[in-house]
Design a protein around this ligand. Structure first.
Ligand code: PEP
Length: 251
């Protein structure tokens, strides 16, 4: 059975003290319950070590929101996968649409990042998704397929099996406009078929595919009820412990 996962993406929000307090709140809320999914928070680099120190890693996973495409050396301002791993984090978001759009991250760059993340035993949460224009002109399936093929299909089946995918239609991120549960299911089933054609049914069946884009407590249960939706990558609603927990408990 593939894993169900709810992962928060805090983006560039919270200062260190606020972030540690938020992590403590989520950690505390998880104490009393046995969620039906893995729970992860992906936080700014500056927060990783401090958050790691206040959470119970058996109940709450920790991840970064990015890592460098180089191993080490003269890359001022960059944070390597090995540095991320040294904080205790075990996940890293890669290929988020905001990284692709604002920082020019191409599939070639993402391939380097993925390789380094895997070398350092980080689990990549790899984001894919179309912009509104692509959905409107009906090229969204081709776009998502190309994103997967270009960045991931040189991986061995073993390495591919270590990756979590997140389908995030760009038009739904931070806009309040959620994909319907049927739209999400249609794309997730398509993504699984693309994986099956390359790596076989067994690998495809084991791949967790999260939905991201204005997911909130009020719509999470409906989305997560779909057979190919294995959880969520949560932006805005991960910044309040109560909202985030409302999504975690939607399973
Ligand atoms: C995200 O950026 O990964 C995301 C899903 O954001 P939001 O939930 O705010 O749409």
């Amino acid at each position: 059975m593939r894993k169900k996962i709810v992962a928060g993406n805090w983006k560039m929000n919270t200062n260190l003290q606020e972030g540690v307090a938020l992590a403590k709140d989520v950690n505390e809320a998880l104490k009393g319950i046995a969620p039906k999914c893995d729970v992860v928070v992906c936080v700014p680099f500056t927060h990783l070590a401090s958050v790691n120190a206040v959470i119970d890693s058996t109940k709450l996973g920790l991840g970064a929101e990015n890592c460098a495409d180089q191993k080490s050396g003269a890359y001022t301002g960059e944070v390597s996968a090995s540095m991320v791993a040294s904080t205790g984090a075990t996940y890293v978001i890669l290929g988020h649409s905001e990284r692709r759009q604002y920082y020019g991250e191409t599939s070639a760059i993402l391939k380097e990042k993925l390789g380094l993340a895997l070398e350092n035993n980080l689990t990549p949460i790899f984001c894919i998704g179309e912009v509104l224009e692509e959905r409107d002109n009906n090229t969204h399936f081709d776009v998502v397929k190309a994103q997967i093929e270009e960045a991931l299909f040189e991986l061995s089946a073993e390495d591919f099996g270590k990756i979590i995918l997140a389908y995030e239609p760009v038009w739904a991120i931070g806009t309040g406009k959620t994909a319907t549960d049927d739209q999400a299911e249609e794309m997730h089933a398509f993504i699984r078929s693309v994986i099956a054609a390359k790596y076989g049914d067994a690998v495809a069946e084991e791949t967790s595919i999260l939905y991201g884009g204005s997911c909130k407590p009020s719509n999470a249960a409906q989305l997560f009820a779909k057979p190919n939706v294995d959880g969520g990558l949560i932006g805005g609603a991960s910044l309040k412990a109560a909202d985030f927990m409302g999504i975690v408990t939607a399973f």
